[in-house]
Design a protein around this ligand. Sequence first.
Ligand code: NAP
Length: 414
Amino acid sequence: MAVREIYDLGEIPPLGAVPRYMHASVIRSELYGPPVKSFRLETVEVPPVGRGQVLIMVMAAGINYNGVWAGLGTPADVIAARRRNGDPLDFHIAGSEGSGVVWAVGEGVRGLRVGDHVIVGGVCWDESAADIRMGADPTTSTSQKAWGYELNHGSFAQFTVAAEYQCHRKPDRLTWEEAGCFLAGGSTSYRQLLGWHPHTVQPGDPVLIWGGAGGLGSMAIQITRCFGGRPIAVVSDDAKTDYCLRLGAEGVINRREFDHWGRMPDPADLDAYRAWLGGVRSFGRKIWDVLGDRRSPKIVLEHPGRDTLPTSVYVCDNGGMVVTCAGTSGYNGDLDLRFLWMFQKRLQGSHAANVRQTAAVIDLVAAGRLDPCLSEAYPFADIAEAHQRVYENRHLHGNAAVLVNAPEPGLKSL
Ligand code: NAP
């Protein structure tokens, strides 16, 4: 089989033919900054496939915050961190989710073959790590790393390498861009809502969801409904209300109607504290209005962090849980401890999802019970602009994807 050195984007090589070079969206540390500055199209070598890994020809990739953080060089300088550990590569390819075709199979891979259509999840670990062997959930392992963030060669390139356990069969009903866009938000919110026994969504439970029209939020609304909960979505713009209602939200609150956001004042500053508490209580009353009864959220799905955590802890029901996976607005998460201990609430960190939780979300999407919420499929050349919109919170609702080798939107196979 004659194999060329490189193929154009959208040009499909013969099945299993691996070229030497590929087109990729590359981040370099000298250009760290906002996405329009940090993402550049380049030609680089196709990465080698290790034991237990597969090479995937990427058809579409999901746009999410990991790309923004990688390009900013903060909260972690991912290139410097890898180089400190002996990696010679001086660039980073982001992209923590995607869909594609298995193009080569490494030693020891049993469950995948060249030509399989897959969705790739964004978290990796060392299956032989001591803590995993002792029974730890792999996402809590000290060996756990985010693919396309802490690990190089994510999905924003013609080819990527992924561990076998990261790959799940692509449901036939999904287009490449639908399949590539929902897993980061879907699996993370699934773990937040169903992974922390006994605080799992139960029929009738009110659940407060920040950023209801965002990547996590749009999936969280649907998952909450699927398990019989009552999702209350928060947004910053009334234009997002109908979208959240269509996904199953019981009601939607516009956070712009309140102004107590940000860090909690010192409780010793009585005037400032009283004013803050007034804002929090009126937000809590708004939740009761939405529910039509004086019930508080059993679970609060957190990710904005600094701006919202003090409110989340206050409005959470007695014995309920605030579960957080991020600090988008800042990493100082203030809370008044009195509300935590007196009312026996749980504050839980949650990160990514294990293989079982990831598979469960894909099954729900495959069965048509969750919509992948694709809002937009960008051409590969617009990858920087797509991330810039996320960075500035002016992206469309739901999840967005970028077409990599898929020549046009709407395709479901090669
Ligand atoms: P997204 O699509 O941009 O949605 C986030 C939503 O949060 C926005 O739509 C916005 O909605 C809301 N928001 C932004 N700033 C806010 C603020 N100051 N106060 C309240 N709400 C605010 O992003 P996403 O994909 O859902 O990701 C959200 C965060 O989760 C990111 O930091 C991401 O890195 C993180 N994440 C973590 C994991 C993990 O495994 N740990 C996985 C996925 C995502 P409104 O403006 O309409 O309120």
